[in-house]
Write a new protein. Sequence first.
Lengths: 291, 420
Amino acid sequence: MVINPDNYGLRLFVRYLVLCLIALIFIFPLVFMINSSFKPDSQLLADTSSLRAFLPVGDISLDNYFGAFQRAPVGLFVFNSVLVTGMTVVLSLLICSLAAFSFTFLRWKGRDVMLSIVIATLIIPFEIIAIPLLLLVSKLPWIGLNGLELGWLNTYRVQIIPWIADGLTIFLFVQYFKGLPGELIEASRVEGASWWQVYYRVVMPLSGPVLATAAILKFLVMYNQYLWPLIVVQQENHRPVMVGLGYFFQLNVAWGEVMAYLTLITVPVLIFYLFLQRAFIASIASTGVKG
Amino acid sequence: MKLTKHLAGAMIASTCLCVPAVAQTKLTMWYHGAGNEVESKILNQIISDFNTSQSDWTVSIESFPEKTYNDSIAAAALAGNLPDILDVDGPIMPNWAWAGYLQPLPIDESEFADFLPGTKGVWDGKLYSIGLWDAAVALFARQSTLKELGLRTPTLDKPWSREEFMAALDAAKASAKYEYALDLGMNDQAEWYSYAFSPFLQSFGGDIVDRSTYRTAEGALNGEAAQAFGKWWQSLFTDGYAPGTSEDPADQQTGFIDGKFAFQWNGNWRAVETMAAVDDVVFLPAPNFGAGSKIGAGSWQFGVSAKSKHPEGAAEFIKFATQDKYLAAFSDGIGLIPPTPSAAQMTKNYKDGGTLAMFFDLSKAQALVRPITPGYVVQSKVFTKAVADIANGADVADTLDAAVDEIDADIENNDGYGHR
């Protein structure tokens, strides 16, 4: 058969075929996880050597889900993660956008040096500062309902506050704010708007895409937190989902329950992503940044 | 005046009546078994019994996932946040004692005189921890396989020699009935490697470290005996007796049951499940490679943290928890070996004639605890990497020499870990 290079339909078909194959590679792990969550361990393990691993065939049931809820407080872990993640995302968007606004639009001494320092923090791996940070938060004071307390361990705040401000999110906002028309800001100022009014009446309403991107990136970082909660949370009632995964790795691993747990904790991520998908893609196209 | 007296009397009486009973002092306890329903149930029962059995102390437990437990302890020690009572994996105990996480148990050692040696955590001549169970490894086989292949059934008194063991593997390989003659569980490259495979090295006459000084691995891990072990170990994979490090994890769980392997080197925690699936399963003692048959020992143990303000209360709880009835309950629940003969007689599997009784005898006769040194934490990882590399075809002599260098450097960096 001779392929006509000008055959638009054929080229389109080949292009979609390649894209579908690439999509399948990314989808397979999810399909495997979801299908396996309905299978008993013996069948799950036996199916791994064939394509049956990706199909909902055989002895299908919800037993693994019941088992997962029996083995670990799945609801509590998801609640903890969603609470910590949600609070951090909201506070991070506020604080980081304010910082970026200052770096972009306000003129103050040492601004560029400070921005360079903030961006330089991107190259410091968290593992390096984990222990000093642990020592710090274990001694920090807090005034709460019980009066003055020393130490933040085993709380939600220890999982939230250190993660609110970060170099990447500030950098994202700075990059986006630089692309906004300067005339708009100047006009607002000429009209008598305060800097605060410029921030929340002019700049933020135009920042939907970067807000979505920053929110999704922050959400993923926070929802996948492992090392930090592992060392600062020693009580089950504040434990997040990723540390909770360890409940399923006993001497004899119940793989079906592992898959059920993973499926359950993936749901909030998918919902969040689908909710912000359009704005996320728009922002990636404009900032060239991806997670 | 009379009224005043009545009032005063009433006040004194009401004060006396309202004084609460002396409050129990709270003890905190951390445990590695989060997600393990059976262990949690038994431990919660012990705690509940203890809390109601006396009026001085009340224990509250916090469970952690096993995989992250040691990291949580290290972080808590840094933050000065350790509980009163904690459990510790036997071979890790010297490291925690050396690092100042634990204090010696304020209990007379004679209280545990009849406990299996592997259940006692002794460091620097002092008892730091005590286990509620022990674990043992055996060679799983089918009686029918032994018969078909014409093999002698080895016993504790007369285990297989190296030649007999290799002849058994040859016979299984020649029968062409199995994918592999032997399953060693090679995909699990965690503590399993040191726990399960270092006894082979010790049976050859070598060791992970020189136990006479604990200041070097020279000669122990790269001497003649260790070289012989390394060559034999490599031949298991190059000659096709056993699957290598890329073994399918599923095979370790179900491969023997499905008949893919003639023999499996596995722990007694898999024994109950295997017995349920394989009618004629037998548990054989470790072969003797020249320096006697050896298996690993030492499992999770209870200790008192160095920062505990109430070591006497913690000790009281540990003594309470090590009663035979609780040791037996753990054994019945999770299938592991009860530490005392009297507790063994109270269990369904380990009493005389019980289906797993041989594991108790095996532990008593062949068990050798892993090197009792704070440096074991590093040495175990180095040993694991070395045997994995050798299994993957690395040069035996070079690999063992490199492992010795790494272990010796670590010992030196830590000023000998307190060994003089």
